[in-house]
Ligand binder design. Sequence first.
Ligand SMILES: [Zn+2]
Length: 272
Amino acid sequence: MTTHLCATCAVETDGAHSADQICPICADERQYLPKGGQRWTTVEQLIADGHTLEWFEVEPNLIGLITKPSIGIGQQTMVVRGEQGCLVWDPPGLITNEAVDHIRRLGPVVAIAASHPHMFGVQLAWAEILGAPVLVNEKDAGWLQRRGDAIELWSGKRQLTSAIALYELGGHFPGSSVALWSAGADGQGVLLAGDTISANPDGTASFMRSYPNKIPLSGAVVRRLADATDRLPFDRLYNNFGAVIDTDARAVVRFSADRYAAWVRGDYDHLT
Ligand SMILES: [Zn+2]
C-alpha cells in the first residue's frame, strides 16, 4: 500500500493530495510552507530517490534513527528498549524494511508516539507493520492528517511499561508531551522531551510556540512546564534532534525556565 505524506513536514496523509491542496500542519504559524510551494510525496518515491534510515546507539537501550538525506523536519526518532517492550518516539517520515527488521530485533513494540503533531511522521505505516498502537494526545488529535484503527487517544499520563510513561505538558502544542524512561541514564532517568523542552547548544533549555518562526511562550507557561518536570525523576534530557542535556537536566530546565520568565517579564530590559 502506498504511504502518502507532505514533503515539507513528512507527516503522512490520508491518500494522495493535489498540488493545490495545502498541508494544515505546514500552513500553521508554527511551521511554514516552502518557498517553492506545497509538495506531496510517497514513501516509495523517497526510497526511489535514495533516502534511507540509519540507526545508532545513543546510550545503552536507546537507539536513534534518522533519515539520510534528511526528510521533512528531520527529527531524530528514539527507540527505547525496555524489558517489557519498546517505545518508538517521534517516528520518522520514512519506513524501510531494514529499519523495521532492526526494530523487531529489539523486541516487541508496545507503542508508537509523537511528542507533538510535527513529529507524527508516517506513524500509521509503522503501526501497521509493527502491530503496535499509535498514541496521540487527544488535545492534538485535530492535527492528524491520516486516521486509522491503530490510533488510541490519551491525555494526562499514560504508563506504557513499568519504566516508560508519557506525560502531557502542553506549551508548544496543547497536547505536547514528553516520555519518561526511568531506566535510562544508568537508572537516573531520561526525559525524551521532543521540543516541548528543547536542549540548547550551550547546555541550557528553551521553550517556544514556534521554533522556526521564533514565537515565544509566556513566562507563566514556561514555568508551568518546569513545575511539571520538577515532579519527574530524570537526570538527562534529549530533544527531538538528538541534542542532550547530559546531567542534572531537571535543575537545568528549572534554571532555564526561570531565566526565560525573567527575560519576557522585562527584568533585563536594561541590557537591550
Ligand atoms: Zn506539512
